[in-house]
Design a binder for this molecule. Structure first.
Ligand SMILES: *Cc1c(COP(=O)(O)O)cnc(C)c1O
Length: 440
């Protein structure tokens, strides 16, 4: 599978390998990397069923997708070393299932993409080479990246935190303590950190000096492995499915949804995707075929979905440019307000005994709404709701909404431990270089 830029349609640019896309992250011609062509994988799904484990699925699918770059033996090693956690499919009734994606180290689905990326970067880079993985960090994403890259033989993980508290990092992972992580605090906002990552990668002499890449969602190496858990959901259900299959996805930057669309392109028989948003639903118009217009950000109870311009917008619009009619019939936008989010947490707890975090509740409510709309011909359909965040991460809110006690696993409690960065810098390239040079 090769990758091209969202900006290179119709141009003479030759596509690049997966390795190059992952290590370079941003195409020279601008835009973001997307698959240039995809394989139909249906014959492989045929031979997997509810007994297939997650590492088995990854080790089967990845070498086919990445033919010539990752052999089955390497793919097995990547899968085994990336995943000591798994997705879990729970069928609730004939209409709904939940695909739990929060069993990883930081309790969010992003752990799947980051873990695979760290593992595959180690596999694809030569012994003795060195890679600097520079990433903007917010909430627990920094911890996720630090843990995934810890002890990976070729990588240094430089994390750019915005002003404010830093939590959950383990000092033994820091470079001066023999680890490979450099937490840096940038005097500025998360956007400043992101801008600095992009500026660093686009400054080619700088990027090549440090073999720079990123573990942020810009990296196509995070999106590809997210397609694997959709396939996993499908193979767990395929024997019992009677009608059409839908996935309902809580959408912020739309990386998760895009991975679902990849899974469809690989041949997963899916009827559609519910793009569940909160009050920040500017993309709804876009999905209905209108022009995208950014709106002012509204703060909600599902903050990971509070995004005004999705960072994956270029990838989304490239799907729509390729096949506008298909996309209009495949992606169903749904906007869920905070009241409905809370009601859904309560309803799902009462009806099924399942606790949802607010992001997953947005997806659940979106699925219910679609299931109830007969004119969308969802009758007899089955909805797999992606549970993207551990309810224990929002224990106060979830416990109040559900009227139940919410267990907090110890590993999630530890994410609250306060920490200190190794350096403070202004959001500028020379300051960044000063902070990382001695560790490289
Ligand atoms: C990041 C995140 C989302 C949104 O995912 P995108 O890929 O940005 O659309 C949803 N739920 C949780 C819990 C998240 O952390």
């Amino acid at each position: 599978m090769q990758f091209r830029s969202t900006k290179s349609e119709g141009s003479s640019k030759t596509p690049v390998s997966f390795k190059e896309a992952v290590l370079r992250c941003l195409p020279p011609e601008g835009g973001l990397y997307v698959p240039a062509s995809v394989l139909d994988m249906r014959q492989f799904f045929l031979y997997m069923d509810e007994h297939t484990t997650y590492p088995e699925l990854v080790a089967t699918v990845a070498p086919v997708l990445l033919q010539g770059e990752l052999n089955p033996f390497s793919a097995s090693r990547v899968a085994e070393s990336a995943f000591d956690f798994e997705p879990e499919l729970k069928q609730l009734d004939e209409r709904f299932s939940i695909l739990t994606l929060y069993n990883g180290p930081t309790g969010v689905f992003k752990d799947f993409g980051v873990a695979f990326l760290a593992s595959v970067v180690e596999e694809l880079t030569k012994i003795g080479s060195r890679i600097m993985v520079l990433s903007a960090a917010r909430g627990d994403t920094g911890v996720g990246i630090a843990q995934a890259f810890y002890k990976r033989r070729n990588s240094i993980a430089a994390l750019l935190y915005p002003s404010g508290p830093i939590r959950g990092l383990k000092p033994e992972t820091f470079v001066p303590n023999g680890g490979n992580c450099i937490p840096i605090q940038v005097r500025g906002t998360y956007d400043d950190c992101q801008r600095l990552v992009i500026e660093s990668i686009n400054d080619r002499p700088f990027a090549e000096r440090y073999s720079l890449t990123t573990a942020n969602g810009l990296n196509p190496g995070r999106l590809l492995p997210q397609a694997f858990y959709y396939l996993y959901g499908f193979i767990k259900l395929k024997k019992v499915l009677q009608g059409d299959l839908f996935f309902s996805v809580p959408c912020g930057n739309f990386g998760n949804l895009i991975s679902g669309l990849y899974a469809w392109k690989f041949g997963m028989p899916v009827k559609g995707f519910v793009a569940a948003m909160n009050a920040n639903d500017a993309c709804g118009e876009f999905f209905r075929g209108k022009e995208f217009k950014a709106r002012r950000l509204i703060s909600t109870l599902s903050p990971a979905l509070d995004v005004s311009v999705p960072s994956n917008y270029d990838r989304l619009s490239s799907f729509y440019e390729e096949s506008p009619a298909v996309m209009r019939n495949m992606v169903f936008p749904s906007a869920i307000d905070d009241r409905t989010t809370l009601d859904t947490i309560a309803r799902v707890w009462k009806r099924y005994g399942v606790l949802l975090d607010p992001h997953s509740a947005v997806a659940f409510a979106g699925a219910e709404r679609c299931a109830d709309q007969q004119d969308m011909s969802c009758g007899g359909a089955h909805f797999v709701v992606l549970a993207t965040g551990h309810p224990g991460k929002e224990a106060g809110l979830v416990s109040k909404a559900a009227g139940a006690e919410v267990p907090i696993p110890e590993k999630l409690a530890k994410l609250q431990t306060p920490g200190e960065p190794l350096a403070f810098i202004d959001p500028q390239l020379d300051a960044l270089e000063a902070a990382i040079a001695s560790s490289f």
